[in-house]
Design a protein around this ligand. Sequence first.
Ligand code: NAD
Length: 288
Amino acid sequence: MKIAFIGLGNMGGGMAANLVKAGHEVRAFDLAEAALAAARAAGCTTFASAREACAEAEAVVSMLPNGAIVKQVYWDAVIGHAPEGAILMDCSTIDVATAREVIEVSEAHGYQMVDAPVSGGIAAAAAGTLTFMVGGSAEAFARAEPILAAMGKAVIHAGGPGTGQAAKICNNMLLAIHMIGTCEAFAMAEKLGLDPQTFYDIASVSSGQCWSMTSYCPVPGVGPKSPADNGYQGGFAAGLMLKDLKLAMEAAAAVGARVPLGEHARAIYEDFARENAAVDFSGIIRAL
Ligand code: NAD
């Protein structure tokens, strides 16, 4: 299938390469020349503009930094430029309202579209093991699913337009809260005279067990290998966690959801990211 891919950064570069490996003809565009060169090396055909990449595409995938850029790219280069009837998939993490607006306008112009943000970082994008949370109609999901499956280990239909983004920000708000909780517990256990490995052996089989502890332990040398074992590099950057928490707080305000712990987590990551935006989000343990 001819697939236009817009946004070949840390995530999009690996995703586009996996579409090529699955046998698709990938028509790639990014503003950065280095990203285009890497995409060519991975077997994509690159174009001088997003419009040219979208012309003739049966499907469009975008992986862009934020909602304003997603809107700009869809308004300028996708809608009215990709052939009518193409299936559009925005995999960026953006606000629910913009996701719904872009889907509504795209569908009014004869396309089908889903929001399909991902869980999993740069390594999962490269390995093709992302989880896609997909919002859109049943028909749009059925068309998007096999394309997304070539880039991930799970593709889940969350519901109507925007619910993929809703799932993503609720998941990441929960992740931020239990990562901070895990860090607090390890830091306090140590002050109380407990060895971190011993605390892990106890808590990982007790009721405090959670993903931040047993899959992504913030203490170096404890639990399976994680960014803590690599100087808090190479995972999910604190700056991106802060971005997702801000989106979550906006969404909570829009629907009147009470999220006192989510708000507190946002404030903690805001402080931390001021000087540590590129540090893995589990590095928050250094601030506790
Ligand atoms: P990135 O900054 O590495 O990549 C974004 C790419 O978009 C860049 O190459 C940039 O040149 C390109 N771009 C910007 N404006 C453009 C435009 N108008 N036209 C074409 N290309 C344009 O970011 P990333 O880490 O790949 O993240 C992409 C999205 O994925 C974000 O929404 C992010 O929140 C989400 N995400 C990232 C991670 C992660 O671990 N990095 C994990 C999950 C979700």
